[in-house]
Design a binder for this molecule. Structure first.
Ligand code: URP
Ligand code: ZN
Ligand code: ZN
Length: 459
């Protein structure tokens, strides 16, 4: 069925215009004023509302065997939560560990999503070792439409790669034109500091941050950047958390490294005092890199506003209270990660745009357009243009609410952002022209989502 969205204020990077949008067969076919529609078309009046391109979360974990347990969401729950929050596409980290076969892992991750997601999705393929079959497997995976890799410099002996494997991955990525995303922390230092703190009887969640201090992240970021400079590959630092690491990335960029930076929602809004709360309340806020000293937030907001931080993701990775308690005797056993997929857009809009830290243009860029450009989805995704997918978020800026686990759709018994105010939320969310969400309720097709095939573009 055709869809006509009338009289919204269409916001894309570099443009803000009041117009109608007409959609046929999943695609935007006309944008203009006074558009007519056939009698059977669905018509939505967007007067007084902003119309954004569907938001893209470039960093989520849905299926994730990790730290002796599994992240809580499935694609059924995660995609519905994403859509209610305005995210119409997410890129999931496909994370087989060092003992797994990469191709078997890729097929497993795909099977977990296929036919079960309500929003569109893609994968970053993790390279967790580099052995004789790795190159041919990665070539097949890229040919299958997964045009980005992921490496972990942390999580020694599980996901982590050594410098030789990082070099081989980046060399291959450069030849293939594939961008490499990287978790940048020095694995050896983390392991040593963890053992030192435990030996001193320091076992609570408040010791997670001191076991992975800012310098450890800055070293990882700087080393990744140095390897980019010396291979000519293009890289993307995920979940950057602090000023020291940002300096390392930007210094390399100023020397000519092809490096981009993502930070994630928790680091803009939460500081390390959350993880210092006693007992399980602290454990709920354990993630890596850890929540940092408060002054880093100002640095991150400013860098985001200037575009030195390119994108805002979530690193959505929900573990419930019982799972967090796996680490009650030792912080090193607390499953790392918190949920955020449902809250990213609303909290970024509220605490960024409404609080004057971010202009609307940069908000759309950081939460949608730049990820689309970097990861080979633009202009099909990440903007509102004739010929693009009709992924649209009609946004109600008059809505007032509060984030709470009592009302969220993520499969988790707590929210890391509990009690935070939101000033705005999606009124209507479409995926390729189908209305999936209305005013906080999922009303659409649970199997609407497709895997997005992407071409390498970083030559
Ligand atoms: O704490 C985190 N970030 N958990 C998920 C795994 C990762 O490092 O992205
Ligand atoms: Zn990570
Ligand atoms: Zn992650």
């Amino acid at each position: 069925m055709a869809l006509l969205i009338r009289n919204g204020e269409i916001v894309t990077v570099g443009s803000r215009v009041r117009a109608d949008i007409y959609v046929e067969n999943e695609t935007i076919t006309r944008i203009g004023n006074g558009l007519e529609a056939p009698p059977n078309a669905e018509i939505i009046d967007a007067t007084g509302k902003l119309v954004f391109p569907g938001f893209i979360d470039p960093h989520v974990h849905i299926y994730l065997p990790f730290m002796a347990t599994f992240a809580k969401d499935t694609h059924e729950t995660g995609s519905i939560a994403a859509l209610i929050g305005g995210t119409t596409t997410y890129i999931e980290m496909c994370c087989p560990n060092r003992n797994d076969d990469a191709m078997a892992g890729y097929q497993l991750w795909k099977s977990k999503a296929e036919g079960k997601s309500a929003c569109d999705y893609a994968f970053h393929m993790s390279v967790t070792k580099f052995v004789k079959e790795t190159e041919s497997q990665l070539r097949q995976i890229v040919a299958d439409g997964t045009a980005s890799f992921k490496i972990f410099l942390a999580y020694k002996n599980f996901f982590g790669v050594d410098d030789g494997e990082m070099y081989q991955t980046l060399e291959l990525a450069r030849r293939l034109g594939v961008i490499v995303t990287a978790h940048c922390e020095n694995a050896e230092l983390v392991a040593r500091l963890q053992q030192k703190l435990l030996a001193e009887g320091k076992t609570g969640p408040e010791w997670h941050e001191p076991s992975r201090p800012e310098s450890v992240e800055a070293e990882g970021t700087g080393r990744f950047a140095t390897f980019l400079e010396n291979t000519g590959a293009t890289g993307y630092v995920v979940h950057l958390s602090c000023e020291k690491a940002l300096h390392a990335a930007l210094a390399a960029k100023s020397r000519g490294a092809n490096i981009y930076v993502e930070s994630v929602l928790p680091h803009f809004l939460l500081d390390k005092s959350y993880a210092e709360r006693p007992g399980v309340e602290g454990m709920k806020h354990v993630m890596s890199p850890p929540l940092r000293a408060h002054h880093n937030q100002t640095v991150l907001w400013n860098a985001l506003s200037l575009g030195s931080i390119d994108t805002v993701g979530t690193d959505h990775c929900p573990f419930d209270t019982d799972q967090k308690l796996l680490g009650k005797d030792s912080f090193v056993n607390i499953p790392n990660g918190i949920p955020g997929i449902e809250d990213r857009v609303n909290l970024l809009y509220t605490h960024g745009v409404k609080r004057g830290r971010l202009d609307l243009d940069r908000f759309v860029d950081a939460a949608s357009t730049r990820a689309a450009r970097l990861f080979g989805l633009f202009p099909r995704k990440g903007t509102i243009a004739v010929g693009g997918d009709a992924d649209l978020v009609i946004y109600d800026t008059s809505y007032r609410g509060v984030v709470s686990a009592k009302s969220h759709h993520v499969n988790n018994d707590y929210s890391g952002f509990e009690g935070m105010e939101i000033e705005g939320r999606p009124s209507v969310v479409t995926v390729r022209g189908n209305v999936q969400v209305r005013d906080g309720r999922f009303i659409g097709d649970r199997a609407r989502g497709k895997m997005l095939k992407r071409e390498p573009s970083h030559f």
